[in-house]
Write a new protein. Structure first.
Length: 566
């Protein structure tokens, strides 16, 4: 049944049987219809609020085809309606395309893939430009280009977006990768990191940047060379370079990234062949196969895998001679006549000059033996050349250092003695507990405690370990119980005195002098008495030395003296 009513704009309202309303001859790119069930329930109650638009069918058999209203027709069928009131318009194909473009892009929440397919059809089949679409729809050109980029997605990635298992942002990131196989590999990595519902655009972008974009600055070939790989052209003007597509790669900081790793590697392979051809007769060169490259380089683009059979010719190798570290260039180790294999890291695109690892290892062992031999020779030569004067100087320096240590201990002892006998010794012990605890927890204070006859005797009882001392209050209490306030003050003061001494670097000794002066300690007197005691001890030791030993020492000294004269 069909009835028509005239309208002011010459369009007609017609009531058509639902089964007589056919799909349009012009493809409808909208595939996602939400809320059909809800609309069907509404039609049962209040009828059709907005009429579908139809036009006469051009094909044999007549009838009508939908321009707009696919969702409404589906809801009418679900609601069990036999007829549907429609607007009949006489529209050309061009007018249908233009109307659908505006209607689809101005929809409140269109599915991105529906938009992308519609836009691609307008550009590919109807001659529209991005600028014309932007002008007619009011959408920014960046918006149009991003939607068009979705058409570059592989079928698997499009299905993932259609099923809402990835977000639009993640899909746009994947669409930056030119090859379908790599897109699906990236999709797998994104899903592996975040499960099936991938929402994190930042994480997806990082995965793509790290694994599917290459730094053109690392390219071994000339980026401006348009003839290296004729079909690809120069990298500097390539649309797959991030700097040449600023709208699509607005979030990528570097303008000099290649988004087509396969092309990058192909150019690298062509370049390596040129190098081998150019060096023929000069160097022994060959190119590493793609299969061998996968085994040679790590999976994360960080250089040669440690399990690889190759080493970097331009790298370094390390070995030890005694306590000294030696580093040598691999190029120096293996020499100039070795055969070099040129290999390109599949992930980073960087080219390496490779040599067999076993060759480097053998050369390194030889270098190590030679260096060890030379070191021993120098050491022996150094010992032979030591003159009596140098030996005497070393001995004098050692005695001087020992004397300084003895003087420092004497100075601290004098200070502590004065401090313990001063009025400050009557200060309550509680505040000093903190200082004493710090002293006891210090693993280097056994000697200090022993000098003051405090703590367990080393021969009979072992002191608690450093860790146990930190919480061993019983040990601390026992130490404090053995001493009074005088001892506590002395220990605290001794800590300060040693700290002052340790800060006396070089010839200046200004840190401890104010303390010596404040407590009436004569520095020069203490130093003189200490040196006198050391001299007396040395004289006594010399006199007590057995006669045969003294005679042997004298004989040895005479022999050295004669040798020195020669």
């Amino acid at each position: 049944m069909t009835t028509a009513t005239a309208r002011a704009d010459d369009d007609q309202v017609v009531e058509l049987a639902v089964d007589d309303i056919h799909d349009s001859s012009i493809p409808n790119y909208r595939q996602h219809y939400d809320g059909v069930e809800e609309m069907a329930e509404s039609m049962k109650k209040v009828g059709v609020l907005q009429k579908p638009i139809v036009r006469p069918r051009k094909h044999k058999g007549g009838g009508f085809e939908l321009v707009f209203g696919y969702k409404r027709r589906a809801a009418a069928k679900l609601a069990g309606l036999a007829t549907l009131r429609c607007e009949l318009r006489l529209l050309t194909d061009e007018e249908v395309y233009a109307a659908r473009l505006v209607e689809n892009l101005q929809r409140s929440n269109p599915h991105p893939m529906d938009e992308a397919r519609c836009l691609q059809d307008m550009i590919s089949n109807r001659g529209y430009s991005v600028e014309r679409i932007a002008d007619e729809t009011g959408k920014p050109t960046r918006y149009i280009r991003e939607r068009l980029q979705l058409c570059n997605l592989s079928l698997k990635c499009q299905k993932a977006l259609d099923a809402d298992s990835i977000t639009l942002g993640v899909a746009l990131v994947l669409a930056r990768i030119p090859q379908a196989k790599l897109q699906e590999e990236a999709l797998g990595q994104v899903e592996a990191n975040h499960g099936e519902a991938c929402q994190s655009v930042a994480s997806a972008a990082e995965i793509v940047r790290e694994n599917f974009m290459l730094k053109l600055v690392d390219a071994p070939f000339d980026r401006a060379d348009s003839e290296l790989l004729g079909k690809a052209g120069a990298c500097t003007v390539c649309p797959k370079r991030t700097g040449n597509q600023t709208e699509l790669f607005a979030d990528v900081k570097s303008p000099d990234l290649c988004t087509d790793p396969a092309c990058f590697r192909e150019k690298g392979g062509a370049y390596l062949k040129q190098v081998v051809a150019g060096e023929k007769g000069k160097r022994k060169l060959k190119v590493l196969s793609d299969t061998a490259a996968k085994k040679t380089f790590g999976q994360y683009g960080r250089g040669i895998d440690w399990q690889s059979e190759y080493d970097d010719l331009n790298g370094e190798s390390t070995f030890y001679v005694g306590s000294h570290t030696k580093r040598l260039k691999n190029k120096t180790l293996v020499g100039p006549d070795v055969e070099v294999t040129l290999g390109q890291d599949p992930k980073s695109g960087k080219v390496y000059e490779l040599v067999p690892k076993k060759l480097v290892k053998a050369a390194l062992e030889r270098a190590k033996k030679e260096a060890t031999k030379e070191s021993k020779k120098k050491s022996a030569s150094s010992k032979k050349k030591t003159s009596p004067a140098e030996a005497a100087k070393r001995k004098a320096d050692a005695e001087k250092a020992k004397a300084k240590e003895q003087i420092n201990e004497a100075l601290v002892d004098a200070l502590v003695h004065q401090a313990e006998s001063s009025a400050l010794a009557s200060v309550a012990s509680a505040p000093f507990r903190i200082l004493v605890k710090r002293l006891v927890e210090d693993s280097g204070t056994e000697r200090l405690l022993a000098r003051r006859n405090i703590g367990p005797a080393p021969a009979t009882k072992k002191a608690p370990s450093w860790k146990s001392r930190q919480s061993n209050d019983q040990y601390l209490d026992k130490l404090i119980e053995q001493a009074g306030a005088d001892w506590l003050w002395g220990v605290a003061f001794e800590l300060l005195a040693w700290d002052a001494l340790e800060r006396d670097y070089g010839p200046k000794t200004g840190n401890i002098d104010p303390l010596l002066k404040a407590f009436g300690v004569d520095r020069k007197k203490v130093e003189a008495e200490t040196l006198k005691a050391l001299k007396a001890a040395k004289t006594a030791a010399d006199e007590a030395e057995p006669a045969p030993k003294k005679k042997a020492a004298a004989k040895k000294a005479t022999a050295k003296k004669r040798k020195g004269k020669r």
